[in-house]
Design a protein around this ligand. Structure first.
Ligand code: BTN
Length: 257
């Protein structure tokens, strides 16, 4: 079913929503809206992104009619809870997939949601600061619903909701559930539950990993995830390195979508 301003407004009422048939990046629109005084929980939704952004400066493709692409504006985040914003984004997606009876949902540190080991969603949180004061966070979320990855570099590493459920899905209804789940997790922000449930979904803990990050390649065993969101990797020589960003693989290749 196609998205439209009317369907989205109806599904998400009374939440303040800006809907676009096509836009550059919902994160960019939301960042501007946040700076312009957007209310808490306001959301930017689009059917198509022409300049969608992923982590590490990558492009996030959102062709028309195939995905969920949204950015939620969060104004009431304490700076010490910033690492958990990323976690609750992935957990809200994971819970939404569970409601659709999708099994084998895991999280790949830091912010990829996988089904059957393939990426179905990516999260891009971006904070806005005014000097030392946190103005808010834009939580960008992309979910593959019926993308056609055939013949693309993502063919073997990405999947979609319709592929794993075998039936067509209503994106407006899914969006409403996703935002409900996000609200539930927001209510638990700052509690130990967030890290506990997040860690329980991260399957790489205890496994050998390779991380490609700013400092080059780090190999070792993924040992734990800290309250600050960092991944602790124990190297062969016993040294434990804590990393905050990078692409982790457990014997595979890095991916984008
Ligand atoms: C990643 O896995 O690299 C994160 C991808 C985040 C994509 C979403 S789609 C909605 C929002 N707008 C953007 O430009 N990016 C995020």
């Amino acid at each position: 079913m196609s998205l439209s301003e009317e369907r989205i407004q109806l599904a998400l009422a009374p939440r303040p929503v800006r809907y676009f048939d096509s836009v550059g990046s919902t994160n960019d629109v939301a960042l501007a809206w946040l700076r312009d005084g957007a209310p808490e929980g306001a959301v930017v939704v689009t059917d198509e992104q022409t300049a969608g952004r992923g982590r590490h400066g990558r492009t996030w493709h959102t062709p028309p009619g195939v995905a969920l692409a949204l950015s939620v504006i969060l104004r009431q985040i304490a700076p010490e809870h910033l690492p958990q914003v990323n976690m609750i984004g992935t957990l809200a997606v994971a819970d939404t997939l569970a409601i659709l009876h999708i099994g084998d949902v895991t999280i790949k540190w830091a912010n990829d949601v996988l089904v059957n080991g393939k990426k179905i969603s990516g999260i891009l949180p971006e904070a806005v600061w005014d000097g030392d004061t946190l103005q808010g966070v834009v939580l960008g979320m992309g979910v593959n619903v019926r993308n056609d990855f055939k013949g693309t570099p993502l063919e073997d590493t990405a999947t979609t909701i319709e592929k794993v459920t075998g039936r067509s899905q209503d994106r407006a209804a899914m969006l409403a559930v996703l935002l409900l789940k996000l609200d539930e997790w927001l209510a638990r922000l700052g509690t130990a539950d967030v890290l506990r449930v997040y860690k329980a979904r991260v399957t790489m803990l205890g496994q050998p990993v390779t991380l490609m990050g700013a400092k080059g390649e780090i190999r070792g065993t993924a040992q734990d995830i800290g309250a600050d969101g960092s991944l602790e990797i124990r190297q062969a020589d016993g040294e434990v390195v804590r990393v905050f960003a990078g692409d982790v693989t457990s014997g595979g290749t890095t991916d984008g979508h």
